[in-house]
Design a protein around this ligand. Structure first.
Ligand SMILES: Nc1nc2c(ncn2[C@@H]2O[C@H](COP(=O)(O)OP(=O)(O)OP(=O)(O)O)[C@@H](O)[C@H]2O)c(=O)[nH]1
Length: 178
């Protein structure tokens, strides 16, 4: 809602699944967006899997003031990876409520490490206070999705994944020789 309307709506019916539509120009490319906002804990597994299959990319949000919301992220990412069965799933981990420093329960470092483990982008921001940061997080995700829709050899994410896999393999065979 913050991305589309630029307004922060403090309280709304978060139990309802909502789809929002809008268009943006990203790197000179017109992009039609459909954004499904859901509280995954309140969805059935079947409906969650169907939403995951429908989506091209994922913004995974947790609150820096609620450690449990951070601890739930890996479970959700595992479900996404299993359902999508892609080498690379476009996803950005978003650590929200950065304005509530006093109630912080998750460090920025922990967020960054988790994003690396889960092969996601990472942003720490305040949806309430930083509309530009929200815009940047969504744009980062859109770019990851557009990248994935390019033919394989032109994909940055694919090339990086292959390079990392090769480096790991080479390092392992070198270690074995010694
Ligand atoms: N201070 C602060 N409050 C926020 C921020 N983002 C959301 N909130 C508040 O946090 C509460 C939950 O916000 P929601 O947008 O419903 O978040 P959600 O992830 O959908 O929450 P659940 O559906 O309850 O899991 C609301 O009271 C919001 O006003 C933020 O960046 N800073």
């Amino acid at each position: 809602v913050r991305f589309i309307t630029k307004r922060f709506i403090g309280e709304y019916d978060h139990k309802k699944e909502m789809t929002y539509k809008c268009s943006r120009v990203v790197d000179q490319e017109a992009v039609d967006l459909e954004i499904l906002d859901l509280t995954w804990k309140e969805s059935s597994v079947a409906s969650l899997e169907s939403s995951i299959r429908w989506a091209d990319g994922f913004l995974l949000l947790y609150s820096i003031t609620q450690r449990f919301s951070f601890l739930e992220v890996p479970q959700l990412k595992t479900l996404i990876d299993q359902t999508k069965q892609n080498l690379v799933v476009p996803a950005v981990l978003v650590a929200n409520k950065a304005d509530l420093e006093i109630g912080r329960q998750v460090t920025t470092d922990e967020g960054q490490r988790l994003a690396k483990d889960l092969r996601c982008g990472f942003r720490e921001l305040s949806v309430a206070e930083a509309v530009l940061a929200v815009e940047a997080a969504v744009l980062q995700l859109i770019r990851l999705v557009l990248d994935q829709q390019r033919p394989l050899p032109e994909r940055r994410s694919y090339m990086l994944t292959v390079r990392h896999a090769l480096t790991r393999k080479l390092t392992r065979s070198k270690t074995m020789q010694w």
